[in-house]
Design a protein around this ligand. Structure first.
Ligand SMILES: C[S@@+](CC[C@H](N)C(=O)[O-])C[C@H]1O[C@@H](n2cnc3c(N)ncnc32)[C@H](O)[C@@H]1O
Length: 316
């Protein structure tokens, strides 16, 4: 996966709004914020979500986990080296719990985790059942809570059905889960493997503003990587490139709304909080002849927020 921690930490404004909403929900409905909570941040990235947690829950300790070593290095440098309320570990959450880092396992295994938090990361875990089993082993029985924002991008809904070539290629080589399969796998993972009950789900579509040039050239690689994971392993390198090209086009088509710049005295103005309400749903987001690269765009995301609590049984 190509996550550049320094870039990510300064441009993750798409994820920070939903992270704050999740924290707001926890504070309002779930947990007394003044308790000395033990919080695990799954897929913590460069520590930006962990930092929000520490600020919001002043008595808490935060354990951030991420598979990318550079992300964890960044998080350590910026947070845990300055404040002992943070601990960060490189950890692939897709591995079974007995393969997790030994020190981390010892730290967590006592089942004393009050809150498992995850923002924009669980969609990268391709086996919810394996992670579910790990959650069961670390979350406090009876009172432990998991809260997560999980992304799903239904880009296939914008495939042009008249384009036989595109349709055939995707149908044959892209084993992309439907939203129904994807979300139900997560719910089953939480219910049957993590043994969580009282599961609450909320679907919404947060929006954020990005500079178009930046999103197209760099950030679009992140959702693309996720979609590429579902391309059949047997395809040749050339075909893979072809499918990736189609996927990029679909991601841009599905997610982007171009914001018409306001014209004043012949100049374009792009103030994010002063956006013209006239927007064009992007049928032409992929036009290559578009040279107005500094335009802002609005990105719409498809997000599932899930809250699930430990059951009363103390499963081992
Ligand atoms: C979009 S970032 C989210 C970062 C942060 N939580 C935030 O709110 O901005 C997704 C993170 O999930 C991590 N990730 C992906 N697959 C993972 C895995 N198998 N195990 C642990 N972390 C993973 C990535 O390295 C990345 O840092």
């Amino acid at each position: 996966m190509e996550f550049d921690p320094s870039k990510y930490s300064t441009t993750s404004f798409d994820s920070m709004g939903p992270a704050l909403k999740l924290i707001h929900l926890i504070k309002k409905q779930i947990i007394d914020i003044n308790q000395p909570l033990r919080i695990v941040d799954l897929g913590c990235g460069p520590g930006n979500s962990s930092c929000l947690l520490a600020e919001s829950f002043p008595q808490s300790t935060i354990i951030g986990l991420d598979v990318v070593p550079e992300m964890i290095e960044h998080a350590k440098k910026n947070f845990s080296k300055k404040n002992d309320r943070f601990k960060f570990f490189v950890q692939d959450l897709g591995l079974p719990f007995d393969k997790w880092n030994t020190e981390l396992r010892e730290l967590l295994q006592t089942k004393q985790v009050d809150l498992i938090f995850s923002n924009y990361a669980l969609q990268w875990i391709f086996n919810p059942s394996i992670l579910g089993d790990s959650l069961r082993k670390i979350l406090k029985p009876k009172t432990g809570v998991l809260v997560a924002n999980i992304l799903f991008s239904d880009i296939l809904s914008v495939v042009d059905q008249n384009d036989q070539y595109e349709c055939k290629l995707l149908e044959k080589y892209l084993h992309y889960p439907s939203e129904k399969q994807f979300i139900s796998e997560w719910i089953f993972g939480l219910k049957n493997d993590a043994h969580l009950n009282d599961i609450w789900l909320h679907y919404w579509q947060p929006k954020c503003i990005y500079p178009e040039k930046y999103y197209r050239e760099s950030y679009v690689k992140i959702p693309l990587k996720w979609h590429e994971h579902f391309i059949d392993n047997s395809v040749s390198e050339d075909l893979r490139k072809e499918i990736s090209k189609i996927l990029t086009k679909l991601i841009l088509k599905k997610r982007i709304t171009r914001i018409i710049p306001r014209k004043m005295n012949g100049l374009n103005h792009h103030h994010n909080d002063d956006v013209d309400v006239n927007q064009v749903k992007n049928g032409d987001a992929n036009d290559d002849d578009d040279d107005d690269e500094m335009n802002d765009i609005e990105i719409e995301q498809q997000l599932w927020t899930v809250v699930a609590r430990s059951s009363n049984d103390n499963f081992v």
